[in-house]
Design a protein around this ligand. Structure first.
Ligand code: NAP
Ligand code: HSE
Length: 428
């Protein structure tokens, strides 16, 4: 009989349990598709007594994931613990140096240490696969490295964090508060161990760094990404955007420009009737543009047990079939250093300010914008509390650097209360 592919799985949380379920449920299907049995031989997690809702009695238990990674009876080490350092990094390194291929869903680890780990894998003649790390169940890594390998990629953009999209869309449709929605994301298994990574835009930026590397042949450059989270978005912003025909999305974009590699992950207004504008709940969308294919749009569930485990198993099946592709789609030693673009292309911006109710306040705000060189397209004062009146301004196209001068002016003037909100308007 053909030799089985033997898995060691470290991490039995949302994703790990999902992988165990698929291996058990689809043993025959997986064997039929790959030509060999896929078996789990050993697992690891922190708490061996926890009921995880799956039968683990057939598998050896390792308390130390590094020991699991080194086991002689493991062919593929599946890292599903998370974290950019600690046991995740130590065990992936141990697996590679012990001659095992690695499958991981850990975008934080690869966005920060991907270059070093990819070089280590290549030196050991092994591979690291990470489909589950980007956009959950969407096979976006496979699309970029394989299906679109004949293209010069010009731009990659999209919505890559299920938690943020769930919160932003449910705030609008159900008028629920941030905290209640956060609890729902936890129940759905969407949240990172540190949910600040989700709402702070960092998790999505980790994913963008990985896509950029494959798309543009550069070393993953997480530090070169301009990152803003969704924490400052209020229900008011969502309603104001809606009134103007827009939805607010945490949008990532990476493109090569004459100024260098532009990479940003920030909440933006996108037209409500665009495919990105219509994305609901935990769904992700990645748009890839290449010189030959023009545009490919990939859409699907971006987080949660089933979709993420599905992506892990896609990688496992590739390894069972003997398909081995360099971590970032080309030899790690050939990846270039990315030169980050300093300022992005101009765009219109949505601004929301809390204006103190004083004579001449609006004129001062207009003067600050004018002095900075920002031109106003529309301005509206609405609602009212005793002391402040929210003001909504839509600017003509300007660069973020120019706008930042005006935002600094708002922070130091005596007529603006609180932190101004500034969101880019993208005509996607
Ligand atoms: P999770 O539910 O928090 O599970 C983490 C698992 O790792 C738990 O079983 C935990 O053990 C185990 N673990 C943590 N530290 C450990 C250690 N030192 N030694 C051994 N085991 C340890 O996380 P998850 O949502 O499954 O996410 C796992 C990875 O997938 C992360 O990298 C995440 O970013 C990524 N990911 C998640 C999703 C998603 O939708 N959830 C989607 C894509 C990618 P205990 O159970 O005993 O505490
Ligand atoms: N926390 C991530 C999200 C999980 O919400 O998208 C999927 O990577």
């Amino acid at each position: 009989m053909t030799q089985a592919l033997r898995l060691g799985i470290a991490g039995l949380g949302t994703v790990g349990v999902g992988v165990v379920r698929i291996v058990r449920r689809h043993a025959d299907l997986l064997q039929a598709r790959t030509g060999r049995p896929i078996e789990i031989v050993a697992v690891s997690a922190r708490d061996s007594s926890k009921d995880r809702g799956v039968n683990l009695s057939d598998y050896a238990w390792e308390t130390d994931p590094v020991a699991l990674a080194k086991r002689d009876d493991v062919d593929v080490f599946v890292e599903l613990m998370g974290g950019e350092n600690g046991p995740a990094k130590a065990s992936v390194e141990a697996a590679l140096t012990s001659g095992k291929d690695v499958v991981t869903a850990n975008k934080a680890l690869l966005a920060i240490h991907g270059q070093e780990l990819a070089e280590k894998a290549e030196a050991a003649g092994r591979v690291i696969r990470f489909e589950a790390a980007v956009a959950g169940g969407i096979p976006v890594i496979k699309s970029l490295t394989e299906g679109l390998a004949g293209n010069e990629i010009t731009r990659v953009m999209g919505v890559m964090n299920g938690t943020c999209n769930y919160i932003l869309t449910r705030m609008q449709s159900q008028e629920k508060g941030y905290n209640a929605l956060f609890d729902e994301c936890a129940e759905l298994g969407y949240l990172e161990a540190d949910p600040n990574l989700d709402v702070g835009g960092i998790d999505a930026a980790h994913k963008l760094a990985l896509l950029s590397s494959i798309a543009f042949g550069t070393k993953p450059n997480f530090d070169g990404i301009e990152i803003e989270g969704i924490q400052q978005i209020s229900l008011d912003d969502i309603h104001q955007a809606d009134d103007m025909g827009y939805r607010i999305k945490l949008l990532g974009l990476a493109q090569r420009t004459a100024r260098g590699l532009e990479q940003r992950m920030q909440p933006c207004l996108v037209p409500s009737d665009s495919p990105l504008g219509q994305l609901e709940g935990g769904t992700n969308m990645v748009v890839i543009e290449g010189d030959a294919v023009e545009q490919v749009v990939l859409r699907g569930p971006g987080a949660g047990e089933g979709p993420t485990a599905s992506a892990v198993m896609g990688d496992v099946c590739d390894l069972a079939r003997g398909l081995k592709i360099s971590t970032f789609g080309r030899p790690a030693t050939s990846l270039e250093d990315a030169t980050p673009a300093i300022t992005g292309l101009p765009a219109p911006y949505y601004l929301r300010l809390g204006l103190l109710d004083k004579p001449g306040a609006l004129a001062k705000v207009a003067a600050i914008l004018g002095d900075a060189g920002v031109s106003i397209d529309r301005m509206r004062q609405y609602g009212h509390s005793d002391s402040t009146a929210p003001v909504l301004i839509v600017t003509h196209k300007t660069t973020r650097a120019t706008l930042d001068v005006a935002l600094d002016g708002f922070r130091t003037t005596d007529v603006v209360a609180g932190e101004p909100v500034a969101l880019r308007i993208e005509q996607v």
